[in-house]
Design a protein around this ligand. Structure first.
Ligand code: SF4
Length: 296
């Protein structure tokens, strides 16, 4: 797996390092049990999150910029990655392996999972992603996608380019969601195979509503949706109105009400009044290494 011509994400760089900056081995920033994910994922011993360094998107409002943009973290061997996954399963008692932005590292995750399978250690995989994925990659690595936790972040390619440098985001993310709906089996405890996250961005609530309309019309309104109020200005967005503020109550309610009108009955909305900036989970404040997620 050295210097392979990388086509894992829609950018298809054909070289490493490419756009995301990932090298020839897994690079991890933080891992540990997370109890703040959607309830079925966080049940039991929590969701065993692994935050990989680097990302295939470059969002101006990224809350994880130290490791997503700047690549902070530590290079690990496949054996060490297997050790992290083993600890999450056997020491922490997590309910799943929640791979956060794993796409550049899929071959290494599969290799690590192979080591653990030979020991009889197996948890369901959650593929936790911006949704900027290739269907061909999802097909090839379907064994790592029991549950797709995918964003539908934009319904305009112009916005996706401007805010995340992601060409043709809408086509790719929607195809990924469709694929997941048809293919992901889910996990024990009633965890659905697909959860679509709708992060309401300030000034962009109409795009979130449009994503919901597409989902109801082209996939199903039975899909579990998670409508998120927690946007917190960070990184470059601190100087980019309207992204320099929290989402307001009117914007959030517009999206939540649209979900109700479209017949979405499965999923989660957030208590808007609880979405206090002081309480928001800001990844950029999280230390590296092992430990619970969302606490420091
Ligand atoms: S995963 Fe990284 S290197 Fe591979 S195609 Fe995507 S951006 Fe390029």
């Amino acid at each position: 797996m050295t210097g392979f011509p990388c086509e894992l994400c829609p950018r298809r760089c054909m070289r490493r390092p490419g756009f995301c900056g990932a090298g020839d081995g897994p690079r991890l920033f933080r891992w540990g049990p997370h109890f703040g994910e959607e309830p079925p994922l966080a049940a039991g011993g929590g969701s065993g999150c692994i935050f990989f360094s680097r990302c295939t998107m470059k969002c101006v409002y990224c809350q994880n910029s130290p490791w997503s943009w700047r690549g902070e973290g530590t290079d690990r061997t496949v054996g060490e990655l297997a050790g992290v996954m083993r600890d999450l399963a056997t020491k922490d008692g997590c309910s799943n392996w929640n791979l956060v932005s794993p796409t550049p590292y899929l071959p290494y995750v599969r290799a690590a999972a192979g080591i653990l399978a030979s020991e009889g250690v197996r948890l369901p995989f959650v593929w936790n992603s911006s949704g900027y994925e290739r269907v061909e990659t999802l097909e090839e690595y379907r064994d790592l996608c029991d549950v797709a936790l995918f964003d539908l972040r934009y319904s305009s390619d112009e916005t996706a380019m401007r805010l995340s440098q992601a060409p043709e985001y809408v086509r790719h993310a929607r195809a990924a969601v469709k694929w997941a709906h048809e293919n992901c089996p889910g996990a024990p405890g009633g965890v659905p195979g697909l959860i679509v996250r709708i992060l309401v961005l300030p000034g962009h609530s109409a795009e979130a509503v449009e994503s919901l309309r597409w989902l109801a019309g082209e996939v199903s309104n039975e899909v579990h949706v998670s409508i998120m109020a927690q946007y917190t200005p960070a990184y470059q967005a601190l100087k980019l109105p309207p992204l320099d503020r929290k989402v307001n109550r009117g914007e959030y309610e517009e999206v939540a009400e649209a979900a109700e009108e479209l017949g979405f009955a499965n999923g989660w909305t957030q208590d808007f009044s609880a979405a206090d900036p002081k309480l928001a989970f800001l990844g950029e404040n999280m230390p590296a290494g092992a430990g619970p997620i969302g606490e420091s």
